[in-house]
Design a protein around this ligand. Structure first.
Ligand code: SF4
Length: 364
């Protein structure tokens, strides 16, 4: 059997010395936050939590795009789906997220035209094939997916496909880090920065944040050895009394990132204030449309009314996303709220913290 490149980073001979290094060096209690849903799932799946010394607490942050989407945006998407002449297109995760008065899945069952697509380009083709409909794509995700959506909008503009609209709830990661450290309720000693997002943004995107706050930050890949190396580098910084931005994923992440993807994103979008579930409004953390592309803005063109917005009662998703609570602190976890019957988005998404706890955390 041949070993794949990714599998090399799961090999015991690579992982064991890192665990040993972390155990040897870690003295003072620290709270580290991973800001990426893929990290959350990988940490659980590989059992990393159980291998770390008691001095280290891992917190899961706002790294799941579906989870951080504000309730009013979920409700606005549901309102869009119900509008005459609209065909709503979305990634599958969003279908089951409970809005204030229902979900997209329920809207679909009620007869509204909602389609699951795998990319914004798929939605663009649907728009080209259905010129008499407004085809709305829900643009959700961080810097990883925003460039692909920007590309679809740029192509729509070029091909003059005017019925292709995007409801943009994209969000950007460095601004969320800022909000987390400025929040008096959070206690975070260091960040495990997201690998995929950093491939696009490069290390440079975090430099202003790290120099402002002097907080240890390390970019991590997704295999167990990647994550353990990043934790070891964070612990080294903390035990040495340093606070720096370091890269534990140099095989994919560079200082400058992906110039082409960033240029495309900047061509189509501009920073706007955005509301995050749990974190509230964060300045310049969303992506709105630049002038020439505004005619593809679904919010502007269709003005969906979210109606009477209500957060799910007793759901602690907001505090889970800030690392103030774990899913186990939520009274609904595993009883009223399960992946089959989710109350909040953190139990719906495959990258959600509550879904990861439900699947992997031992229950006594
Ligand atoms: S367990 Fe369910 S209700 Fe509780 S925080 Fe998680 S998603 Fe929300």
């Amino acid at each position: 059997m041949t070993i794949t490149h990714a599998e090399e980073y799961r090999e015991p001979q690579l992982v064991a010395p890192l665990i040993e290094r972390i155990r040897r060096r870690s003295r003072k209690p620290v709270r580290l936050m991973e800001v990426c849903g893929t990290h959350t799932v990988s940490i659980f799946r590989s059992g990393i939590r159980s291998l770390l010394p008691e001095t280290i607490t891992l917190l899961s942050g706002p790294g799941c795009p579906v989870c951080v989407t504000a309730q009013r945006d979920i409700d606005a998407c549901i309102a869009l789906a119900a509008m005459p002449g609209v065909m709503l297109t979305t990634f599958g995760d969003l279908m089951r997220v409970p809005g204030s008065h229902g979900s997209l899945r329920q809207e679909k069952a009620a007869g509204h035209d909602i389609r699951i697509v795998y990319s914004a380009m798929d939605a663009l083709e649907l728009a080209a094939e259905n010129p008499d409909r407004n085809v709305v794509f829900i643009g959700i995700g961080f810097e990883t997916t925003a460039p692909t959506v920007a590309a679809a909008i740029a192509v729509a503009n070029q091909r003059n496909i005017r019925n292709f609209l995007v409801y943009s709830v994209h969000k950007t990661v460095p601004q969320a880090l800022e909000a987390l450290v400025n929040d008096p309720e959070t206690r975070i000693d260091g960040f495990l920065l997201p690998g995929h997002v950093s491939v696009i943004t490069g290390l440079a995107a975090y430099r202003p944040f790290v120099s402002r706050h002097a907080i240890p930050c390390v970019v991590a890949g997704f295999e167990p050895a990647d994550i353990l190396l990043a934790i070891a580098m964070l612990i080294d910084q903390m035990e040495d009394g340093r606070a720096a931005l370091e890269n534990a994923y140099p095989r994919a992440v560079t200082e400058a990132g992906n110039a082409k993807a960033k240029a495309l994103m900047q061509q189509v979008f501009e920073p706007v204030d955005a509301i995050w579930r749990g974190l509230g409004q964060i300045p310049a953390s969303g992506l709105g449309f630049r002038g020439p592309y505004r005619n593809h803005d679904a919010a502007e063109a269709l003005r969906p009314d979210p109606g009477n917005v209500q957060e799910p009662a007793a759901c602690a998703c907001g505090d889970v996303l800030k690392g103030i609570k774990t899913p186990l602190d939520c009274p609904l976890f595993g009883t009223a709220c399960t992946p089959m019957h989710p109350v909040g988005p953190c139990m719906v998404s495959s990258e959600g913290t509550c879904a990861a706890y439900f699947r992997y955390h031992p229950r006594t």
